[in-house]
Design a protein around this ligand. Structure first.
Ligand code: CA
Length: 250
């Protein structure tokens, strides 16, 4: 028999993880000027979106650590670390969340700097709130997941078709479930993956008759032992009471 190796994903047995389009988007607004921040937040809430607010970088990083957002609206001019530094920090950690920069600077150079630092779009102040909402919508439609058959994070690589994981050039033998979990973590790398997400999308448990928390914890522990072996940089992190995150150490 020839042809591509059997893939439960291609066969439709395991579906690609996907964000529920019906779920309300979660947007984080980072702006120190309270009036501006509040009016943006209010407009987004009117769209039915869930909005988090941060007045400075520390608050933003704490919120990103504790929750998962689908979009960050980040003001360039902030006290302490400015928007650009924060954006670079977040991108260096591997977070793929789309970021829309707000800037009073309209110079072409600044825009280029912003986009090259990993911003996905920018809006120049002053702006019409309707335009900002429209730009947010466009970014939210964009897939933020890592797509494709070959997923990578650092020296870890997973071929989702052949279902082969390799770290630092060495193949890692994984069970089918471990491959599913690893694929999910890689697609959401840099973001928080909760047990509920794994339960719903990997274990396909829709109703929680019995909690799978222990099963999931054990599975992650086994996977971690294989992926993050002795001497290797830790890639799978546990966020106590929240879930897991695959990526560099924060
Ligand atoms: Ca500001």
């Amino acid at each position: 028999m020839s042809g591509p190796p059997f893939s439960p994903i291609a066969a439709g047995i395991v579906s690609h993880p996907s964000v529920d389009p019906a779920a309300s988007p979660r947007v984080l607004v980072v702006e120190d000027e309270a009036k501006t921040r509040e009016s943006i937040a209010e407009a987004l809430r009117l769209e039915g979106w869930t909005v988090g607010e941060a007045g400075h970088g520390r608050e933003m990083l704490a919120l990103l650590e504790a929750q998962t957002f689908d979009l960050v609206i980040l003001d360039w001019m902030l006290p302490g670390r400015d928007g650009l530094e924060l954006l670079q920090h977040v991108r260096n950690r591997g977070a793929q969340t789309p970021v829309l920069m707000l800037t009073a600077r309209g110079g072409v150079d600044d825009r280029v700097v912003g986009l090259e630092s990993g911003a996905d779009d920018y809006v120049v102040k002053p702006f019409a709130i309707a335009e900002l909402v429209a730009r947010c919508r466009a970014l939210l439609r964009r897939p933020t997941l890592h797509t494709g058959d070959l997923l990578r994070c650092g020296d870890l690589q997973l071929d989702t078709r052949a279902r082969i994981a390799v770290r630092a050039g060495e193949e890692i033998l994984l069970s089918p479930r471990e491959v599913d979990v690893l694929e999910y973590l890689l697609r959401y790398q840099g973001q928080i993956v909760t047990r509920e997400m794994l339960e719903r999308d990997v274990w396909k448990q829709v109703q929680r008759f019995t909690s799978l928390d222990n099963v999931i914890d054990v599975q992650i522990m086994r996977l971690r032992r294989k992926i993050d072996g002795e001497g290797a940089t830790k890639l799978i992190h546990t966020l106590r009471g929240v879930g897991y995150r695959l990526g560099d150490e924060i």
